[in-house]
Design a protein around this ligand. Structure first.
Ligand SMILES: *Cc1c(COP(=O)(O)O)cnc(C)c1O
Length: 402
């Protein structure tokens, strides 16, 4: 069968469900915010209402809305008092914001390898990098798979290390029957355009109690306490406030997360089975203790070293499947080395101690979550396209010869 990149018929012509999704609920919400007459949180009600609803959805005592997910992480690190030179353990395989937030505060992001099956922080490797300067650890719930919060929690409690969850992929996820706000740690979310609920940009932090909320409020609003009218700036903090329009849209989006998650769970069950049937493909695994996984991405690795990953992605796109290469390990970006790195080994030593991140980063492909929002037939076409591409490129003439 001729591949679509070589002029053959694509497996799919019709698009997957569009993302972001909106309907009249968002339209009405925007008008409501507009006509409220105050477009920032100080005079409006949308941000306050959204915070209540988002906290309740995650079983958290409180939530603070912020401008984006990177700021959510920066604010969380500011709240725990991260000082310059202190260390924060991050997964080597994550979106760069996880380590950038640490660097922004002057902290040293210490990359640790992930588990080759779940793609989440490997708790067994934490102790090897602990130093007297270790302040916090940021497990990332990769693509919706909750990190091993039991083992990470045990280790962190034993050594007095603070946990900050990077939940930018995990809106509504659960772990051993608990929602993310019930796990006892601060959790950071993103509402960027591609995320599981979105207002284009935005973020939120789940907080353990009202005292944390008040302190977080001060630090997301130029150091001003709630209701301040006399410029009582208490800290030299930045401005991470969310606006009323975004909050109004996010309230509409939040109301759909549970139903969309159920749909993606059903589609991923089918897709992961289908992917496992393709030679040379290994799908991201599932830790059964993550009882609800919202599936921010559908991820897999190419197991045969001779397969050209960039070509597979290009060929999948031509077949009508929205595919992307995975994040590189954070230490393989110039950004990482431009931050504070004192005490860290060089890139080759880090690579040696992070074999799973190296493999997932160089051999991994992810598909947009909208590929999991359609019908079973849509999902089946994803596997059909991948099987076609892998079979097709192995017999294909080298491009140089055409
Ligand atoms: C998207 C994302 C962030 C940052 O969110 P922004 O809203 O884009 O700043 C942080 N961590 C992870 C893992 C992400 O994927």
């Amino acid at each position: 069968m001729t591949l679509a990149i070589d002029g053959g018929t694509p497996v799919r012509r019709e698009p997957f469900p569009a993302w972001p999704y909106h309907d009249d609920t968002e339209r009405a919400a925007l008008i409501r915010a507009l006509e409220q007459g105050q477009w920032w949180r100080a005079g409006g009600s949308e941000v306050n209402e959204f915070e209540r609803e988002f906290a309740d959805f995650h079983g958290a005592p409180a939530a603070l809305a912020v401008s984006n997910g990177t700021h959510a992480l920066e604010l969380a690190l500011e709240l725990i008092g991260l000082a310059p030179g202190e260390e924060v353990i991050v997964p080597a395989f994550t979106f760069i914001a996880t380590s950038n937030a640490v660097a922004r505060l002057g902290g040293v992001a210490v990359p640790v390898d992930v588990d080759i099956d779940t793609y989440c922080l490997d708790a067994a490797r934490l102790e090897a990098v602990r130093t007297p300067r270790t302040k916090a650890v940021i497990p990332v719930h990769m693509a919706g798979q909750v990190a091993d919060m039991a083992a990470i929690g045990d280790w962190a409690n034993r050594h007095g290390v603070t946990i900050i969850q990077d939940a930018a992929h995990a809106h509504g996820a659960t772990w051993e029957g608990k929602r993310l706000g019930e796990l006892g740690s601060v959790a950071c979310f993103s509402f960027q355009n591609g995320k599981l609920m979105t207002a284009g940009e935005g973020g939120a932090v789940l907080l353990p109690d009202e005292a944390w909320y008040e302190e977080a409020f001060v630090r997301h609003s130029c150091g001003r306490p709630i209701g301040d009218r006399v410029y009582a700036h208490r800290t030299p903090s930045s401005n991470f406030r969310l606006n009323e329009f975004s909050a109004a849209v996010l309230r509409a989006q939040l109301a759909r997360v549970a139903e969309q998650t159920a749909r993606r769970e059903a589609r991923w069950r089918e897709l992961s089975v289908a992917l496992s049937g393709i030679d040379g493909v290994r799908a991201q695994g599932r830790d059964a203790r993550c009882d609800l996984n919202p599936h921010y991405m559908a991820m897999f690795t190419l197991e045969h070293e001779d397969v050209d990953r960039a070509l597979v992605v290009e060929a999948l796109l031509a077949e009508g499947i929205p595919a992307f290469v995975n994040y590189p390990p954070v230490y393989r970006t110039p950004a990482f080395w431009a931050g504070p790195v004192h005490g860290l080994p060089g890139v080759e030593d880090l690579a040696e101690r992070c074999p799973a991140s190296e493999k997932i980063g160089t051999r991994g492909i992810w598909l947009h979550h909208r590929t999991l929002l359609g019908s079973s037939e849509d999902t089946a076409q994803v596997a059909t396209a991948l099987a076609k591409v892998l079979a097709g490129i192995s017999t294909r003439q080298p491009t140089g010869a055409r």
